[in-house]
Ligand binder design. Structure first.
Ligand SMILES: Nc1ncnc2c1ncn2[C@@H]1O[C@H](COP(=O)(O)OP(=O)(O)O)[C@@H](O)[C@H]1O
Ligand SMILES: [Mg+2]
Length: 330
């Protein structure tokens, strides 16, 4: 059993994904053998500090990496098809009707010069071949109602600048639903918005994902968000997945020193201690540590951690940790 996916084909399967960036002729080795799967209807979290490669992972899935990115190794398969070797047609098909990204800042997802209606209908026509404009319009209105946007007719006639951030985010979610996409890549959705709005957006995503049976990768730097909205979680540090498993298990019994440190940073409601932060910072990706990438910041490392990459151990069924010294991992 890998990552809780017991049997059958995963909707998404990422295997040993390594991605680097060319920065003025120097290589920046960001993702290092990232692997995880997402099953149908599963809600999978990706959590870690800023700069650890969460967005790069999502962009790899849709093959929308920046020009200076190089996929140095690994494979991604979406519904059984190899994403890195897909034809242009299949790739467009996947982006239109298979998987879609919900961004931190919803403004970046909408084109300011076109009305919501024109963007909406363009986005969903591939999922509804042969549908008339009137039928597409009705589908869009239904989806806008589904994301609790009041007065969908007015929204359709609007331009992005006439809508608030929260409204734009809801429009993007409605498009994903109406386009019949199976996988939502939610990249810190709403983090650029007001906290209460962000909270509403997260609730909405959770509800829709459950109602529609969508799969979601929920990216966040917030453990609270992940705990509430996922059933499986991958903890990322410096371009590597250091721990993964059922969200409940990982929160109940964190095993990797990084996960433990992350969790001890969360202000406790009961105690007086506020975030201490983890001393140090992520490594320089142009010269990452040869062994464990967390070693320079780890409170409990040994010589072996500098010499070798830690193996991925199954500490309990479905709970994996990449650490030489994780207690309980054999
Ligand atoms: N186009 C790029 N060129 C060079 N480095 C990049 C580029 N995009 C991202 N990076 C670097 O890759 C690392 C991971 O970035 P990102 O995936 O955005 O992290 P996260 O989403 O977890 O905050 C960061 O150090 C970032 O500076
Ligand atoms: Mg990011």
């Amino acid at each position: 059993m890998l990552n809780g996916v017991e049997s059958g084909e995963a909707l998404l399967d990422i295997k040993d994904l390594s991605v680097s960036f060319d920065v003025y002729g120097k290589k920046s080795h960001v993702l290092d053998e990232v692997s995880f799967r997402v099953g149908k209807g599963e809600r999978v979290g990706l959590v870690g500090e800023s700069g650890c490669g969460k967005t790069t992972t999502l962009k790899s899935i849709l093959r929308v990496l920046p020009k200076n990115a190089v996929v140095a190794g690994g494979e991604i398969s979406f519904e059984g098809r190899d994403v890195f070797n897909m034809s242009e047609t299949d790739l467009n098909g996947m982006r239109r009707t298979g998987a879609g990204m919900i961004f931190q800042d919803p403004s970046s997802a909408l084109n300011p010069v076109f009305s919501i209606e024109s963007q909406f209908l363009t986005a969903i026509k591939y999922a509804n071949p042969g549908a008339s404009k009137k039928e597409l319009h009705a589908t869009a209105i239904e989806a806008l109602n589904g994301v609790m946007l009041p007065d969908p007719d007015r929204i359709m006639k609007s331009y992005p600048y006439q809508l608030s951030g929260g409204m734009k985010q809801r429009v993007c979610i409605a498009v994903t639903i109406a386009a019949g996409r199976r996988l939502m890549l939610a990249d810190e959705p709403g983090t650029s918005l007001d906290v209460t709005i962000q909270d509403q957006i997260l609730r909405l995503i959770n509800q829709l994902v459950i109602d529609k049976g969508l799969s979601v990768i929920m990216v966040s730097h917030s453990l609270g968000v992940i705990r509430e909205s996922t059933s499986l979680v991958n903890i990322m540090y410096a371009g590597t997945v250091v721990e993964s498993g059922a969200t409940e298990d990982v929160f109940e019994l964190p095993m990797h020193p990084y996960t433990k440190a992350l969790m001890s940073c969360v202000p406790k409601l009961t105690g007086g201690s506020i975030s201490r932060g983890i001393p140090g910072r992520p490594p320089d990706y142009s010269r990452p540590p040869a062994g464990c990438r967390f070693e320079p910041r780890c409170p409990s490392s040994g010589d072996v951690c500098r010499a070798k990459k830690p193996p991925r151990l199954e500490a309990s069924p479905g709970h994996f940790v990449s650490c030489f010294f994780a207690e309980g991992a054999a």
